[in-house]
Write a protein that binds this ligand. Structure first.
Ligand code: PEP
Ligand code: MG
Length: 325
């Protein structure tokens, strides 16, 4: 079976009816680049930068960020790299003073991710400057975690505009058109995805947090993981809203949560209109195998019927109905 899957690496990722489905890799460590390349990823849809901050007391400087990003880009040989800005707090902790939220009574709802970065410019600035500078070296996209509202996006865009002026003054290069995207991982963001989409170049759905916040289940608490259900009608509706918001505003939408790399959901997500998936590299070929056999017209029609009767359906039956080719 491994051999059979390996033979798919070089095939273009297209459905039977010729629609391109972009399959990208999630990276956590720079070392993951090689496996992403070996599996034929056409880009990195989520590079989690938290590791740069872990197991140390101080903060990485701009030059360290830049060196790390440049190294990864060299390994990627020209395919796009989506760098997510620091997503610290809640389930992702570090030792430095930057991580002040540990004592919050409810860290998952507290000052984490983009909230922390906007509050602490000395944390955020070096990373943003390094991402901008990396964009001079090849295709880079900047992605913002845990966006709650349009105001946060505007604040980041203002900051980026200021940093571009700084870099101009210093004679340092960057791509003036570097795409900036927002993650949709909060129910309120999914419900207002259209207004967020108007301010960014792409959206990416983070299902791990979206499920946590929508179903009120701590993603680290085993006692409630029996409630974890990507097919809960509320989750499917929110995902569909995000996909449709991107389509309506003419920007790409990808998904980079675990759901994107789970073969049980691939046909459903294609049927909902998703065309970009980003996943841990080990899942890429399993997903590609499903893509190659899919027919988007057929899946769109069948998914449409299922979505119209979501509340009557048992989620498992729903998946069975869709996964029977
Ligand atoms: C997500 O929440 O789905 C996601 C991709 O981000 P992380 O798992 O790093 O929180
Ligand atoms: Mg997340």
């Amino acid at each position: 079976r491994q051999r059979q899957l390996r033979s798919l690496v070089d095939l273009p990722s297209r459905t039977r009816d010729g629609i391109q489905i972009r399959i990208m890799a999630n990276l956590e460590l720079p070392e993951d680049v090689q496996i992403a390349r070996a599996k034929g990823a056409i880009g990195v849809g989520l590079y989690r930068t938290e590791f740069l901050f872990m197991n140390r007391d101080d903060l990485p400087e701009e030059s360290e960020h830049l060196t790390t990003y440049a190294e990864i880009m060299e390994g990627l040989e020209g395919i796009p790299l989506t760098i997510r800005t620091l997503d610290l707090g809640a389930d992702k902790r570090c030792d430095s003073a930057a991580d002040s939220g540990a004592s919050a009574s409810n860290p998952a709802l507290g000052l984490r991710a983009i909230r922390l970065c906007l509050k602490e410019p000395e944390l955020f600035r070096p990373q943003l400057r390094a991402i901008l500078r990396a964009s001079a070296l090849g295709p880079v996209r900047l992605m913002l975690p845990l966006i709650t509202n349009v105001r946060e996006v505007e604040s980041v865009l203002e900051l980026i505009a200021r940093l571009k002026c700084e870099l101009d003054t210093e004679g340092l290069g960057y791509d003036p058109d570097m795409p900036v995207g927002a993650m949709i991982e909060i129910p309120g963001a999914a419900l207002t995805a259209r207004s967020i989409a108007r301010h960014v170049d792409f959206l990416s759905i983070g299902t791990n947090d979206l499920i946590q916040y929508t179903l009120a289940i701590d993603r680290l608490d085993d006692a409630v993981n029996y409630l974890y259900d990507p097919c809960h009608p509320a989750i499917l509706r929110l995902i569909l809203m995000a996909i449709e918001a991107g389509a309506a505003e003419g920007i790409p939408v990808s998904m980079c949560g675990e759901m994107a790399g789970d073969p049980r959901f691939t046909r459903l997500l294609i049927g909902m209109g998703l065309r970009e998936f980003s996943m841990q590299p080990g899942a890429i070929l399993d997903i590609k195998e499903i893509v190659l056999q899919a027919d988007t017209g057929d899946l769109r029609e069948r998914t449409g019927r299922l979505m119209a009767h979501l509340e009557d359906a048992d989620p498992n039956r729903l998946l069975d109905a869709l996964n029977l080719a």
